[in-house]
Design a protein around this ligand. Structure first.
Ligand SMILES: [Mn+2]
Length: 197
């Protein structure tokens, strides 16, 4: 994997958000995260720790409006940083699937680091928000993350009642699927019948 550094760094500034993201795929999941939205920090910390991908994420967003731009733009920047870290996506396992329970909730995530951006998201929430985090932004975050990293991402909540548990199970399921997919394969080859992704 000499040609791929497996780390990425993105600075992204708009009139709505000012974001710095750094990821290190082999960094053992050290999380340094401050988005200004406590519950979102909790979810991103889970994503980092459970994927084993170290993430530094610092966001100053227009939270006086609401959390929308902050969460969506973080998904864009984090996706770009991961895409950068994966380079041509050669030499990796490529696919990952995980079922993760959290108490009464069960989430499944299945993904393909394919350069084929797609999101399927089936996770109904009961409440509007958890802390200052609007739960409808979960789908927006993962759409931005998938499209900007070049990932096919399927997320299904099989069942659950508590929205905090449902959401956390979803982030952790994506984390564990990602942990499998980013692993280096044994021969450094590109897993594709076309030879290139
Ligand atoms: Mn929690």
């Amino acid at each position: 994997m000499a040609d791929i550094k497996r780390s990425g760094e993105i600075s992204r500034k708009t009139k709505e958000t000012d974001i710095f993201v750094k990821v290190d795929i082999d960094g053992k999941g050290k999380a340094d995260i401050d988005t200004g939205v406590g519950f979102f920090d909790h979810m991103l910390t889970a994503l980092s720790v459970h994927s084993g991908i170290s993430m530094t994420i610092k966001v100053k967003g227009d939270l006086q409006v609401d959390c929308h731009h902050t969460i969506e733009d973080t998904g864009i920047a984090l996706g770009q940083a991961l895409g950068q870290a994966l380079g041509a996506k050669s030499g990796i396992v490529r696919y990952g699937t995980a079922y993760i329970p959290m108490d009464e909730s069960l989430a499944m995530a299945s993904l393909d680091l394919s350069n084929r951006p797609f999101l399927v998201f089936n996770c109904p929430f009961t409440n509007q928000s958890c802390g200052g985090y609007d739960l409808c932004m979960t789908e927006e975050f993962f759409r931005a993350f998938a499209f900007n990293s070049g990932m096919t991402l399927h997320i299904n909540l099989l069942y659950g009642t508590n929205d905090h548990h449902k959401c956390e199970a979803v982030y952790k399921a994506v984390a564990h699927a990602l942990k499998t997919a980013v692993k280096e394969n044994t021969d450094g080859s590109t897993l594709s019948t076309k030879g290139v992704l």
